[in-house]
Design a protein around this ligand. Structure first.
Ligand code: SIN
Length: 379
């Protein structure tokens, strides 16, 4: 009884949950008038222009990862959130197509780990992209059943593979982080005043139109002095940034394709969530392939017509978010007990029902976890 009363008080005071449910609501749809749109933002009583470090990244270095010169980036902070940084799509025209293709075709390859590994063999999940192209081209017109692997993909982990059960990383489940993503992260973080960022882990979340990501804090990294970097491609999302407790009402903002966020300093451990995917602004294709001219030294490669067809059809209704993390501080290592007891490999990540799991979900404490149900009632 006391427990029930406590949980009633908790949910009444849980402003984050209330606002999460407001934006997740389908019928009637929510009023978006309070959602900050940084693509149109000017400094105001809430929004401040953020200072970047253009001297840290040359124009050639920026271009080699598909970014505009840093002096042209539109970067903002929020007055009530010191350490939070939002960069409104700093990608060069045409270059997002390459990064979206990497997220869908390359980073989904083994040895990276994905939700489909929970109940499929590595040989079945080893080339999600090619299998999906094949399934799509073999499909008769009309409704296809079952869904392609790409449509069933919900998450991929890179580098130190995050263990959703123990909510830890460990020394003995590590594969190398893709070099192109490492370099992109290095350039962005340097431009934002964090030189020497060592990208060690990545989590990709794949959102379908009805997906959401539960309320959580990213605290499993051992060094919180390093930023959490977030990049998005495809359809837009409503992102909620809260406080250090669930009673703090979150601020809602759009995250459009190409937008970036850094959670650093006092904002590194704030609650956040994605209650809703929304279509990209009207008249703006979420991504385009044309416009990029690749120079010697660029990590970007041309996206073939065939790749672009699948990529653009996926992205027409979906969103991919990549968060990049430095797990260990300089000279830091995992505690012995952790690496000995919390080995994570795909075979051990059991108990998830991929057809139900769409986003990450928070437990009572809001730590990042996976649930077998993804209804917002869980959060
Ligand atoms: C997002 O999808 O924008 C957020 C991802 C995360 O918090 O892990």
């Amino acid at each position: 009884m006391a427990k029930m009363a406590a949980s009633m008080v908790e949910s009444k005071d849980d402003q984050f949950r209330k606002i999460f449910k407001f934006y997740k609501r389908r019928n009637p749809p929510p009023d978006y008038s309070d959602v900050i749109d940084f693509s149109k933002a000017v400094p105001s009583d809430k929004i401040v222009a953020a200072k970047l470090e253009p001297a840290e990244v040359s124009d050639v270095e920026a271009e080699s990862v598909g970014l505009q010169p840093v002096r042209d980036w539109r970067a903002f902070g929020l007055k009530d959130y010191p350490g939070f940084l939002f960069i409104s799509n700093p990608f060069l025209r045409g270059s997002q197509a390459f990064w979206a293709r990497q997220c869908l075709k390359t980073y989904t390859l083994k040895p990276n780990v994905c939700n489909l590994d929970m109940h499929m063999s590595p040989s079945d999940t080893q080339d999600i992209w090619s299998k999906s192209v094949h399934e799509l081209s073999a499909a008769p017109s009309g409704k296809r059943e079952p869904k392609t692997l790409l449509e069933r993909l919900r998450w991929v982990t890179l580098g130190y593979h995050y263990n959703w059960d123990t909510k830890t990383y460990s020394a003995d489940h590590h594969t190398s982080l893709p070099a192109d993503l490492y370099l992109l992260s290095l350039r962005i973080t340097a431009a934002c005043g964090f030189p020497g960022f060592n990208a060690e882990a990545g989590i990709l979340n794949y959102y379908r139109p009805d997906s959401s990501l539960g309320i959580h804090v990213d605290e499993s990294e051992l060094d919180h002095s390093k930023p959490l970097l977030s990049l998005s491609f495809g359809q837009s999302a409503i992102f909620l940034l809260g406080g250090i407790c669930r009673q703090d009402a979150p601020t809602a903002m759009y995250m459009h394709s190409g937008d970036m966020m850094l959670m650093t300093g006092q904002s590194r451990l704030l609650y956040h969530a994605v209650p809703r995917i929304v279509p990209a602004p009207q008249g703006e294709a979420a991504l385009e392939r044309e416009g990029v001219s690749l120079k010697v030294g660029s990590v970007l490669e041309p996206v073939s017509e065939e790749d672009w067809l699948l990529c653009s059809s996926y992205i027409q209704s979906s969103r991919v978010n990549v968060t990049v993390r430095q797990v260990l501080g300089p000279g830091q290592s995992f505690p012995d007990t952790q690496s000995a007891h919390q080995r994570t490999d795909a075979g051990q990540l059991v108990g998830y029902h991929e057809d139900k799991v769409v986003g990450n979900h928070d437990d009572q404490s809001g730590k990042r976890m996976r649930s077998s149900s993804w209804d917002s009632g869980q959060t």
